[in-house]
Design a protein. Structure first.
Length: 414
């Protein structure tokens, strides 16, 4: 009899545990949604697609980046704006109207970056692109003066030199049919930014650059994780090959940029020590050189901004990775638009000939004379914005006409 009881005891315990666990989960689930009842009530005032349990409207964000972009376009086209979108348990408001966007962009309650930006942190850390608001405000105030016209003009020769190399790369494609111009433009942009940001030539256009491979792989994984709802869970993502690849390129990029930062800071400190040892009244006759973005940050840091080496590295990485991708995208759009409109292309070409002649390199003084080209660039940016989606977190209720964007830890707008 005792043996019979022992045999059935584990099974009976398991049978009792299952309903207890189920009831516990149901109680928690009901309590969770009860606590969010005001959020659901406010969200119901907005138009939007039908939600599925647990994933919400997450299926709209499954597939290739092209598929996802088309799904987002269908959302804002088929529903009354602003559109309510649930990504899992997170509520997003899709805004398109310029008036609504102006309110959001100018609101002090919509400065925080959304949690989606955390997937860029393994690549760029917490630079301006991903920094929390307090750090963003402090760094932005210090960094913005480094982007003035005089400093940019000093690097026009770099822009011209790398553009000539791009021209030679484009000539190789003549007569070969269609090709992906973004790959060539992005390499040119990376060459320019690495030289202007760090003073380092990576020769991305003419060699099989390791840094290009690392940056491209990192961006690919970042966007894949942003738009794949399953990869939002660390427990799932960390089991993938993408997680291992990201760790590999992250380590290599940090090592590369970190070494440059340390060397440049040590060189600056050494130069300052040497200057302090010079006799009073000594005039330094050394020819001034253009200062890279990193050199300016180091000078600001030594002058009181107190950037750590890691903070310097993060800002430089942000400038290079985010800056090169957005600039390359914009330039690629311009090339495409010129190809689609040969008459406009001819007008731009004639303006270049009028300003530069047949073979003179562009100089800083020439930039203000390309009036027609500037209009082409502005129109392209209007049609193809470099950032099709901007995501902000709402920290306090925001009024949009008759509707209220409800503040919650799970509400976002894009």
């Amino acid at each position: 009899m005792m043996n019979l009881v022992d045999e059935f005891a584990p099974k009976s315990a398991l049978q009792a545990l299952v309903p207890i666990a189920l009831v516990t989960f149901l109680v928690w689930y009901m309590q969770y949604h009860w606590n969010r009842r005001r959020l659901y009530k406010m969200a119901a005032l907005f138009d939007g697609p039908i939600c599925l349990p647990f994933v919400g409207n997450g299926l709209y964000f499954v597939g290739s980046t092209s598929d996802i972009l088309q799904n987002v376009i269908s959302l804002v086209s088929n529903f009354k704006l602003p559109v309510r979108v649930w990504l899992g348990q997170k509520l997003f408001y899709a805004l398109v109207d310029p008036g609504d966007l102006e309110i959001i962009m100018n609101s002090p309650h919509a400065l925080e970056k959304d949690e989606l930006y955390q997937y860029a942190e393994p690549i760029v850390g917490t630079g301006l692109f991903t920094a929390p608001v307090p750090k963003w405000k402090r760094h932005r105030k210090v960094i913005m003066p480094t982007f003035n016209q005089r400093i940019l003009d000093e690097f026009v020769p770099v822009f011209a030199e790398q553009s000539e190399i791009l021209l030679e790369q484009l000539k190789k494609q003549v007569g070969k049919g269609s090709f992906d111009i973004f790959q060539l433009v992005s390499r040119c942009t990376l060459d320019i930014i690495c030289e202007t940001a760090m003073g380092v030539k990576v020769e991305a256009q003419t060699t099989d650059s390791d840094y290009v491979k690392w940056a491209n792989k990192a961006m690919e994984i970042m966007f894949t994780r942003m738009f794949n709802i399953w990869y939002h869970f660390d427990s799932i993502f960390n089991l993938t090959q993408s997680a291992r690849d990201l760790l590999d390129v992250q380590t290599k990029m940090k090592t590369f940029t970190g070494a440059v930062v340390r060397n440049r800071r040590e060189a600056y400190q050494r130069k300052m020590r040497e200057r302090r040892q010079l006799p009073e009244g000594y005039v330094d006759k050394e020819a001034p050189t253009r200062k890279t973005f990193l050199q300016q940050l180091i000078e600001l840091s030594e002058g009181g901004a107190n950037f750590t080496d890691d903070e310097l590295r993060e800002e430089v990485d942000t400038f290079m990775v985010a800056g090169s991708d957005t600039t390359a995208s914009m330039n690629s759009f311009i090339f495409i638009m010129l190809g689609m409109h040969p008459d406009v292309q001819e007008e731009v070409y004639q303006e270049v000939l009028d300003v530069l002649g047949p073979d003179r390199a562009v100089e800083a003084a020439d930039l203000g004379r390309f009036h027609y080209m500037e209009r082409v660039m502005r129109e392209t940016m209007r049609i193809f914005p470099v950032g099709p989606l901007l995501v902000r977190a709402i920290t306090k209720d925001i009024q949009l006409g008759d509707l209220t964007l409800f503040h919650s830890l799970s509400t976002r707008n894009f």
